[in-house]
Design a protein around this ligand. Structure first.
Ligand code: GLN
Length: 195
C-alpha cells in the first residue's frame, strides 16, 4: 500500500511519522506523476488558500478530483478538510473560496477566534470508548454536513471528524499529538477500496 502525503505546504513529516508507526510507507506528492502512483492521499494542514493556489499551479486540483472519482481515498486535516469541503465561509475565506468540493459540508474558517488560536482537548470517536486526543490550530468549524455524511467524532455538538464515501476529514491535527486512530481508519478505507 502506498500512501501519498501532499507535500506542497504544511505538516507533512508528522503525517509520514504516523504512517511509518503504522508500518506504512509514505510517498511525498508534489506532481501529477507522483499522485498517479499512490493508493490514497493525505492533505495536511497549512493555509487553505495558499494550498489551493499551489494545487492549481501544478494541475493537481483536477488530477486529485479525477483520482477520487476513480475511487482513491482522501484524508484532509484542518486546511486539508477546508479544501475538501463543498462550501467555505468565514473570516478570510471570501465567500467563494475555491475548493475540491468532494464532501457535502459547509466549513467556517478560523472560527475558534484569536484568544484560543490553538488548544488541545479530547473528542469522542464513534465506536471507541477511549477519547481521541486532538489539537486544534486556527481550526475551522464544520457548520453543516449533508445527510449522507457520517459524523465520526464531535466536540461540543460540532462534527470534527466526518466521512463521506472515500473522503475523510478532521478539523484538528491527530498527527501532532501521537494519535494514530484516525489514520488507522483511513488505512482501513484504502484496504476496503482495494478488495
Ligand atoms: N487557518 C487555516 C486556514 O483557514 C487552517 C489552519 C490549519 O491547517 N492548522 O486555511
Amino acid at each position: 500500500m502506498r500512501i501519498g502525503v501532499l507535500a506542497l505546504q504544511g505538516d507533512v513529516v508528522e503525517h509520514e511519522e504516523v504512517l511509518s508507526s503504522l508500518g506504512v510507507d509514505a510517498e511525498e506528492v508534489r506532481t501529477k506523476e507522483e499522485l498517479s502512483s499512490v493508493d490514497g492521499l493525505i492533505i495536511p494542514g497549512g493555509e487553505s488558500t495558499t494550498l489551493m493556489k499551489l494545487l492549481e499551479k501544478e494541475g493537481l486540483d483536477k488530477a486529485i478530483v479525477v483520482r477520487y472519482k476513480e475511487g482513491m481515498p482522501i484524508f484532509g486535516t484542518c486546511a486539508g478538510a477546508i479544501l475538501l469541503a463543498k462550501e467555505v465561509v468565514g473570516k478570510g475565506a471570501g465567500n467563494n473560496q475555491s475548493t475540491l468540493k468532494l464532501i457535502d459540508m459547509t466549513i467556517k474558517r478560523n472560527e475558534y477566534g484569536r484568544q484560543v488560536d490553538s488548544f488541545e482537548t479530547e473528542v469522542e470517536l464513534k465506536g471507541d470508548v477511549k477519547p481521541l486526543k486532538a489539537i486544534f490550530i486556527r481550526a475551522p468549524v464544520i457548520e453543516r454536513v449533508g445527510l449522507e455524511v457520517e459524523r465520526l467524532a464531535e466536540l461540543d455538538g460540532r462534527v470534527v471528524v466526518a466521512k463521506y464515501r472515500h473522503c475523510l476529514v478532521a478539523t484538528f491535527h491527530p498527527e501532532l499529538v501521537g494519535e494514530t486512530r484516525v489514520h488507522k481508519l483511513f488505512l482501513e478505507m484504502i484496504k476496503d477500496n482495494q478488495q
